[in-house]
Design a protein around this ligand. Structure first.
Ligand code: NAP
Length: 281
């Protein structure tokens, strides 16, 4: 019986159980993936519980992605650079291995023909929080030569820039304020890593104005990490210009695919995972 979980706080909104349970069922693997609400003061207790109860691994979400790192026996390089772990494997000796599968999810979600078009191009990243770190590494993997970070918190942008430059030398990074009228004429891809556009209080907000979007080249890709709703205000504006659009759903699925592979050694059925998720969104 394979036991998997996600820990976070609050955890009620998590879409991961539905996606992973659908995959387990389709592959005929006896097991379950459960959401375990874990307030910060219970983190250590919950990790010990997962080890003692014979779990094979777990996902980690807000607010534990950074904090969990100190309790792991080893951490892969991506997770070290990102400074956050979203997947933990527990081996038969109860050792804990941390990874970050967001870079994989971010990169693989981009259709292959678009990926090839990004080599040596310029990318704009909106926001400089946790997801932005994985996005910057993903963009470097894709062969992007210059990245501009547009964010309201310049200090955090500069910090992120330094972290990336310490680990990757062939990339140019610039930081700028997130303003109403940004000239994006030279950018081949724009990635929104803020929660602007997300269902709830931010739903009617786009991180970029229609005027900024109007400056983008006509073959640009607009990639919004938000997946609920599937068409955010940003994507709505970009659609009016007939730009290439991508929301965060495929990234969510593909980071889960990678986690599943790490826990089981098996490739999960992506179509089944996608269908299960879409029913929940
Ligand atoms: P985070 O660490 O809190 O970072 C959020 C970023 O957005 C920060 O730069 C923050 O700026 C900025 N921001 C927040 N509200 C803003 C506003 N009103 N105006 C301008 N900037 C604002 O969060 P995260 O973990 O990176 O997640 C960010 C988004 O990505 C969420 O919507 C999340 O669901 C999505 N995401 C999707 C996937 C996927 O698989 N599709 C994976 C990871 C994340 P400050 O630093 O100034 O607060």
């Amino acid at each position: 019986m394979l036991k998997l979980a996600i820990i976070g706080y609050p955890i009620g909104h998590s879409l991961s159980p539905v996606m992973h349970n659908a995959a387990l069922q389709e592959l005929g693997i006896e097991g379950s993936y459960v959401a375990l609400e874990t307030p910060p003061e219970k983190l250590v207790e919950k990790i010990n519980f997962l080890k003692d109860e014979g779990y094979s691994g777990f996902n980690v979400t807000i607010p534990h992605k950074v904090e969990v790192m100190q309790y792991l026996d080893s951490i892969d390089n991506f997770a070290k650079v990102i400074g956050a772990v979203n997947t933990v494997v527990i081996d038969e000796n109860k050792k804990l291995f941390g990874s970050n599968t967001d870079v994989y999810g971010f990169v693989q979600a981009i259709p292959e023909n678009s990926r090839e078009n990004l080599k040596d191009k310029k990318a704009a990243v909106i926001g400089s929080g946790g997801a932005a770190r994985a996005v910057l590494i993903g963009l470097i993997e894709l062969g992007i030569k210059e990245i501009w970070i547009f964010a309201r918190n310049q200090e955090k942008s500069e910090e992120l820039k330094e972290i990336i430059l310490q680990n990757f030398t062939d990339i140019k990074i610039n930081c700028s304020a997130l303003e109403d009228n940004i000239d994006l004429a030279e950018f081949s891809i724009v990635v929104n890593t803020t929660p602007l556009g997300m269902q709830g209080k931010n739903e009617e907000i786009s991180p970029l104005s229609p005027e900024s979007i109007a400056t983008l080249p006509k073959d640009a890709l607009i990639y919004d990490l938000v997946y609920r709703p599937q068409k955010t205000k940003l994507l709505e504006y970009a659609e009016k210009r007939d730009l290439k659009l991508l929301n965060g759903l495929e990234m969510l699925i593909l980071q889960g695919v990678k986690s599943f592979e790490l826990w089981t050694g098996k490739t999960p059925p992506i179509k089944t995972m996608r269908e299960a998720l879409i029913l929940e969104i």
